[in-house]
Design a protein around this ligand. Structure first.
Ligand code: ARG
Length: 281
C-alpha cells in the first residue's frame, strides 16, 4: 500500500513537470526558441520598403532589415499590418513594440515617440503625369491640386505650398490613381518609393520632377518608454558594419548605400536643389 502511494505521488509529480514543460514551450515563438517576441507594425503599401504579396506574405527592404536586426538582437519579429496614419497612436498605446514603415524622423514626431538611429536616407519628390510640361519645380505647384498620403511628411510639406488644394489618401496606390485619373496635378511623396515603382513598371504614365524637395531619414519607431531601443540601435550598428545592410540595400536598389549619420540632421525640412539629386538609376 505504501509502495502504491509512493508511485501515485511520483506519477503526479511527473505529470506536473510535463505540463510545465509543455506550457513553457508553447508560450515561446516556434521560430527562435528563447527569443523575445517583438510586435512590429508596418503599412505594406509602400514599395519597395513593405509590400504584401498575393499570398499575404510581407516583403521589402524594411522587412529584410527588420529581420536582420531581430536576428542580431535575438528577437523574434511578428509583423502587424496597420494603416500608416494610425501607427504613432498605436505605438503610444503600447499595442505594438515597434514600427518600421519608411517612417521619417521628424522633430514633431520625436515629441511623442522615439526613433532609432537613421537606417535610410530618403527625401520627398514631386510626381506628375508623364505628359505634363508645366510643373517643373516647387514654384509651379502654387495653387495646384496635390494628392498626398494622410499623416505623411509629404502631407506636411504640401501644407506649406501657397493656395494648394490638397487631397489626402490612405495609401500610395490610391493617390497615384488619382493623379492618373486627372483629379490632381501632382503627388508629393517619398522619392525612392515613387522612383522604384516607376522603374519597375508598377506605375505607368507618371514621372518624377527632378529636384528633391527634402532630405529625410527613416528610423524604427518605438514608444518613448521602450525597453528595446538600445538593442535595436546596437543591431543597426552591427548590420551596418558587417555588410548585411549593404547586401539588403543592393538587393532592393541595385546601388551602393550612402553613408548614414549616427543621428538625424534635424531642423526645418532641408530644401535641396537640382545639384544634390541622388537617384541612382
Ligand atoms: N516617409 C514618409 C513619412 O514618414 C511616408 C512613409 C509612408 N510609409 C508607408 N509604409 N506607407 O511620413
Amino acid at each position: 500500500m505504501k509502495l502504491l502511494k509512493f508511485k501515485w505521488q511520483q506519477i503526479i509529480l511527473c505529470l506536473g513537470c510535463l505540463l510545465l514543460i509543455i506550457a513553457c514551450q508553447s508560450s515561446r515563438p516556434s521560430t527562435n526558441p528563447g527569443a523575445k517576441l517583438l510586435k512590429v507594425a508596418t503599412d505594406p503599401t509602400f514599395v519597395p520598403f513593405e509590400i504584401q504579396k498575393a499570398d499575404g506574405k510581407l516583403e521589402g527592404f524594411d522587412i529584410d532589415l527588420m529581420n536582420a536586426i531581430a536576428a542580431s538582437a535575438g528577437f523574434t519579429v511578428q509583423f502587424e499590418k496597420l494603416p500608416f496614419d494610425g501607427m504613432i497612436s498605436t505605438l503610444q498605446a503600447g499595442k505594438v513594440d515597434a514600427a518600421i514603415s519608411g517612417i521619417t524622423i521628424t522633430p514633431e514626431r520625436l515629441k511623442t515617440i522615439s526613433f532609432s538611429r537613421p537606417y535610410f536616407k530618403a527625401g520627398l519628390a514631386i510626381a506628375v503625369r508623364e505628359n505634363n510640361q508645366d510643373i517643373q519645380n516647387l514654384n509651379s505647384l502654387k495653387g495646384r491640386k496635390i494628392a498626398v498620403q494622410i499623416g505623411s511628411t509629404g502631407a506636411d510639406f504640401a501644407k506649406t505650398i501657397p493656395n494648394a488644394k490638397i487631397s489626402t489618401f490612405n495609401s500610395g496606390p490610391e493617390f497615384f490613381q488619382d493623379l492618373l485619373n486627372g483629379n490632381v496635378d501632382a503627388v508629393i511623396g517619398d522619392a525612392f518609393a515613387t522612383l522604384y515603382a516607376i522603374n519597375n513598371g508598377q506605375l505607368k504614365g507618371i514621372k518624377v520632377v527632378a529636384d528633391l524637395l527634402t532630405e529625410e531619414y527613416y528610423g524604427i519607431a518605438t514608444s518613448k518608454s521602450s525597453p528595446h531601443m538600445d538593442a535595436i540601435n546596437n543591431a543597426i550598428a552591427t548590420v551596418l558594419s558587417n555588410g548585411t545592410y549593404k547586401q539588403i540595400y543592393q538587393k532592393w536598389f541595385k546601388a551602393e548605400p550612402p553613408q548614414l549619420p549616427d543621428s538625424p540632421p534635424l531642423g526645418k525640412v532641408k530644401q535641396l536643389n537640382a545639384a544634390t539629386v541622388f537617384y541612382h538609376s
